[in-house]
Design a protein around this ligand. Structure first.
Ligand code: B12
Length: 214
């Protein structure tokens, strides 16, 4: 069994070899600890964030941490994602990281989970302006829009996106789900979204419910 404390610590200290070794051990042991390992990696990212705030780490360390986190997701992916994607509703939906935010590791995890759940994900990428999202909703006629954001200021961009959907007369026809580290029930109300989630599994549940009624 892999020690999750050791994994979180190695991630926080950016010890790449140890992180890879521990994650490979999780997979060699059948992947049962994959979700726990994912959570430990995220704890490690919080440690990285604290070091950054304290001035001990720099932007270059954040870049390295991002690469290491992507590598971790790559190793754990097969054990994290269940389902062959064929049983899902095959509904199309839009997913992106909102304007002014360049963080996409969490968004990419959500995308993988949704695809495994049978959804067709139209991924608009990062730093996506409200107008671009509105145009894509019009063009594709999707009924589900998922907004990701990791920076606190992403909340403003999410709110601007919901307002742009309203102005375009589209808000009543599509469900909006927001996710990412700063998101909460309170922010969900501020943004004017239908729901919020941190957990990709909950996201798939919401989307399945909405796909069934749209
Ligand atoms: C890696 C990293 C970066 C990398 C990102 C690389 C990449 N490709 O994404 C780079 C180097 C680009 C970066 C840049 C910056 N970063 Co940065 N970064 C991080 C770090 C260390 C990890 C983020 C991460 O990937 N976490 C792991 C993923 C898996 O977690 P997650 O995104 O939360 O996603 C999960 C859930 O939230 C959820 N989820 C995510 N999206 C969605 C969407 C939906 C719809 C749903 C339902 C769920 C969901 O599912 C995921 C899986 O569980 C964090 C620290 C931290 N504690 O997270 C800081 C952090 C986010 N960064 C921070 C800062 C300040 C910056 C910079 C401003 C630094 C600078 N001075 O330049 C820039 C901003 C650039 C910009 N405009 O966006 C701050 C943000 C502070 C704040 N509150 O706003 C943090 C918190 C660090 C800190 N403590 O100071 N960063």
């Amino acid at each position: 069994m892999v020690s999750m404390e050791a994994l979180a610590e190695a991630m926080g200290e950016l010890e790449e070899d140890t992180v890879v070794e521990l994650l490979e051990q999780v997979m060699e042991e059948g992947g049962k600890q994959a979700q726990e390992a994912m959570d430990a990696c995220q704890k490690g990212m919080d440690i990285v964030g604290s070091y950054f705030e304290e001035g001990e780490y720099f932007v270059s360390d954040l870049i390295f941490a991002g690469d290491l986190m992507s590598q971790a997701v790559g190793i754990l992916k097969d054990a994290l994602i269940s389902g062959d994607g064929k049983e899902g509703p095959q509904t199309s939906l839009i997913l992106c990281t909102v304007q002014n935010d360049l963080h996409d590791i969490g968004k990419n995890i959500v995308r993988s989970m949704l695809e495994a759940g049978g959804f067709h994900v139209i991924d608009l990428g990062i730093d996506v302006a409200p107008g671009t999202i509105v145009d894509k909703v019009k063009e594709t006629d999707v009924k589900i829009v998922l907004l990701s954001g990791v920076l606190t200021l992403a909340i403003n961009s999410m709110k601007a996106t919901v307002e742009a959907l309203k102005e375009a007369g589209l808000r009543d026809y599509c469900h909006v789900l927001i996710g990412g580290a700063p998101v909460s029930a309170e922010y969900c109300e501020v943004v004017g979204a239908d729901a919020w989630a941190h957990n990709p599994q909950t996201t798939v549940q919401y989307c399945k419910e909405w796909a069934a009624v749209s």
